[in-house]
Design a protein around this ligand. Structure first.
Ligand code: COA
Length: 136
């Protein structure tokens, strides 16, 4: 049975595995320490989709008091095109709205057709004329 729940410390390794198998573009914060720090700093921010004892999807819905940010939306290749990412995003949006977030943002890899296909169908607006700067 499919269920959605907040990710726990015991899920960290399985979620990192999901990101690898999903071929989500990796970053140097894809490690147990960083994901554990998220769970400590922002409990409830990691939402997982679980079937039986298998984690088949994830999303991070983070609220910083100013913006709501959605990261790491990923669905196992074996469970795609069944609406799982839609449901994960809906839960992320609900959580962020409950916390008071009015404006939400997500970064999407432009060269990733499934990611772009999903977000174009998400009802979110693609922002143009913005540059993203990062450090670290
Ligand atoms: C992007 C991703 C999360 C989509 O997960 P999913 O569960 O298969 O998506 P859904 O079933 O909820 O799809 C909803 C809609 O998005 C669009 N969509 C999803 N995958 C698509 C694809 N490969 N190509 C084009 N459109 C797609 C479709 O409109 C789809 O509706 P439909 O199936 O009725 O046509 C998944 O492909 C994935 O994990 N990719 C790797 C990680 C990644 O790129 N994440 C996004 C980073 S922000």
């Amino acid at each position: 049975m499919l269920r959605f729940r907040a990710g726990q410390p015991a899920d960290v390794e399985l979620v990192l595995q999901l990101w690898v198998e999903s071929e989500a573009e990796s970053t140097h914060t894809d490690n147990p320490e960083s994901l554990s720090a998220l769970l400590t700093h922002n409990p409830g921010a990691l939402i997982v989709a679980e079937i039986g004892d298998r984690i088949v999807g994830s999303v991070i819905a983070a609220w910083d008091g100013w913006r709501g940010s959605v990261y790491r939306l990923a669905v196992s290749p074996s469970h795609r095109r069944q609406g799982l990412a839609d449901q994960l995003l809906l839960r992320a949006e609900e959580r962020l709205a409950e916390l008071g977030a009015v404006r939400l943002q997500a970064i999407v890899v432009e060269s990733d057709p499934p990611a772009v296909g999903f977000w174009r169908n998400s009802g979110w607006e693609q922002q143009i004329k913005r540059l993203r700067f990062v450090k670290g």
